[in-house]
Design a protein around this ligand. Structure first.
Ligand code: FEO
Length: 172
């Protein structure tokens, strides 16, 4: 079992991961409304990944004999003034999530909970990738600027992204 304090903190992280899923699902709906189906697809895949992150944490708590507590998910924004603004918000949000994961590592370490610290390493690595991806989308959008053909091409490319399910088992 993990301590009650860690159980509470991981349950809060599960809520944060579902909130992230909700945020990206809302972005997906917004850009689908704007006719940018490729960007909508990209955010939809992001939504699926965030659900995997939450479920992986849930499976860990279950494997350790702890209790999963699903809390209400706070409301998210429903529109963004530009693609660039949405990706800047994505990057800012991922940086917050990275901080939350690092806080969890600190807590596990302070309790000498080696299995939780080990499990969290997957998320530490994942966050490096999450931030890098968001940054590269921002870089591309800045290069393209208001070039309509550039946005059209990027939209077509992002339409190809598919969800590669995360291994949500407790020990991988
Ligand atoms: Fe679950 Fe995008 O961090």
């Amino acid at each position: 079992m993990v301590s009650k304090k860690l159980e509470k903190a991981i349950n809060e992280q599960i809520n944060a991961e579902f909130w992230s899923a909700y945020l990206y699902l809302s972005m997906s709906a917004h850009f689908a409304n704007e006719g940018l189906d490729g960007f909508a697809n990209w955010f939809h895949v992001q939504f699926q990944e965030e659900q995997d992150h939450a479920i992986k944490f849930m499976n860990y708590l279950i494997a350790k004999g702890n209790k999963v507590e699903l809390k209400p998910i706070e409301k998210v924004e429903t529109s963004w003034e530009s693609l660039l603004k949405a990706f800047e918000e994505t990057l800012a949000h991922e940086k917050v999530v990275t901080g939350l994961i690092h806080d969890l590592v600190g807590l596990a370490r302070s309790e000498n909970d080696y299995s939780t610290e080990n499990m969290l390493q997957w998320y530490v690595n994942e966050q490096v990738e999450e931030e890098e991806t968001a940054q590269s989308m921002i870089d591309s959008l800045k290069l393209i600027g208001d070039n309509g053909f550039g946005i059209y091409t990027m939209d077509k490319e992002l339409g190809q992204r598919t969800h590669e399910p995360v291994d949500t088992s407790a020990t991988d």
